[in-house]
Design a protein around this ligand. Sequence first.
Ligand SMILES: *[C@@H]1O[C@H](CO)[C@@H](O)[C@H](O)[C@H]1NC(C)=O
Ligand SMILES: *[C@@H]1O[C@H](CO)[C@@H](O)[C@H](O)[C@H]1NC(C)=O
Ligand SMILES: *[C@@H]1O[C@H](CO)[C@@H](O)[C@H](O)[C@H]1NC(C)=O
Ligand SMILES: *[C@@H]1O[C@H](CO)[C@@H](O)[C@H](O)[C@H]1NC(C)=O
Length: 493
Amino acid sequence: MGQIDSFLFIFLCLLGYVELAKGGSGLACNWGMQSTHPLPPGIVVRLLKDNGFSKVKLFEADPGALKALGRSGIQVMVGIPNYMLASLASAVGNAEAWVQQNVSNYISNHGTYIRSVAVGNEPFLRDYKDQFVNTIFPALENIQAALVKAGLGKQVKATIPINADVYQTDSGLPSGGYFRPELQNLMMNIIKFLQDNGGFLTINIYPFLSMKADPSFPREYAFFNNTAKPVVDGSIVYTNVYDANFDTLISALEKNGFGHMPVVIGEVGWPTDGDASANVDNAKRFNQALLDRIVQGLGSPRRRTPPDVYIFSLIDEDHKSTLPGNFERHWGILKYDGGIKYPLDMGNGRAVVPAKGVKYLAKQWCVMSPSTGGVSDPNTLAQSITYACENGDCTSLGYGSSCGNLDSQSNASYAFNTYFQTMNQSKGACNFNNLAVITTVDPTKPPCRFEIMIDTRKQKKAASPPTVYRSSAAKIQRIFAALILGLVICGVH
Ligand SMILES: *[C@@H]1O[C@H](CO)[C@@H](O)[C@H](O)[C@H]1NC(C)=O
Ligand SMILES: *[C@@H]1O[C@H](CO)[C@@H](O)[C@H](O)[C@H]1NC(C)=O
Ligand SMILES: *[C@@H]1O[C@H](CO)[C@@H](O)[C@H](O)[C@H]1NC(C)=O
Ligand SMILES: *[C@@H]1O[C@H](CO)[C@@H](O)[C@H](O)[C@H]1NC(C)=O
């Protein structure tokens, strides 16, 4: 072996290990897009990379997102919304068309690293009243068949994200876990099918909702720290509901002979607003503890190998339904615009960073005119606020929220401004029977922020991701060659 060759081999060894190390330590999150003014996909992809996310889950096969993720190296789980289940269940041809357009197309034409398809989303949620019980399994079977037909059977896995209420325990202990009797047979069919096809089960866990549902819920149990009054389950001691909830599922699987079924946590997080216990302090405390566990590679007492954990969520979504509560629009670890909400250590001392290159509308706000003091009749004012809140986002107003302590004038201003911003600051959107005026003085009253909306029109022009994150196919091939060579040579040495 010549000198130059040895040098090259050592270099390749190092390169191989560097690439390996990068692949092993990634974070995962959900990227939801129910926003009136979504961040451009290119900016989001850069945001993901800047914060160390190597896996992302989409709730639908959004073309902009799937293209922007192309050649980013980020692994993608693509979701299928529940409303599509009936059609996908009815004919395998529909599933084939779906896979062709929404999976194969992006893998072949854009280099998007799609690794899994999430069929439906929490289809067994009690609120859905069994709407999807008959279609979810046939839809899964058809999508799986379509993936195989497309030649993707090995590289793309199918899964179903289920809500944690498909299982329960009467004793309150994880070891008592079992599937809801009315779902037992269906769950067995689904789990057996996923196992036979090398798929995995996906589970959403929400300590925030557990705490909200039960006023006597021990607070520290939600925050990974119930060391004072832990739950003792045989030889296992649980100091947090996250592990306990996960292990309740693992017990239910073990009881049915599926103790080795791979499980992924599809959603877990804590909102910052819209509820008395949804605030920055609690969200920071929960998400930091969660991130620390992920970075340390901690599993649960019953399953030591750590699952993939998709944090819910990356950014706030101002157009989500508030039926479950006002907190629904505030799950982001980052704001609607990718701005920082609170400091977070994303692993090894690396601080969370904001989105770069976001364009905003003009620096102006819509507020209640100071001169209207006594002039307006209360009905007109109330109707104006209601109208503004129906079309804008008022979920930060109200008890326990960040804008819950505003006086009635600022309260009205907040409502008027959110409407004005949502309407792209169009002139006619700041009138409200002459109750409102435009101002260039920021009316923000911490912790209540009067936001300015993203300018999605300007964004469109500059939306493509920076070239530094687009590695060419040739570069990927080189890295692979280096990796394989590195492993072979380093192994031989
Ligand atoms: C996926 O493909 C189907 C074709 O079957 C199409 O109708 C559907 O709208 C596509 N997009 C998404 C987001 O699922
Ligand atoms: C956990 O709770 C203990 C008291 O039981 C307290 O001393 C400690 O600071 C808490 N740790 C965190 C991270 O909250
Ligand atoms: C502020 O506006 C909200 C939304 O309409 C309303 O529910 C609340 O009562 C108002 N609060 C005050 C102090 O005016
Ligand atoms: C705001 O502007 C964007 C970009 O032009 C547009 O897509 C959106 O529909 C507008 N929203 C409203 C409420 O006019």
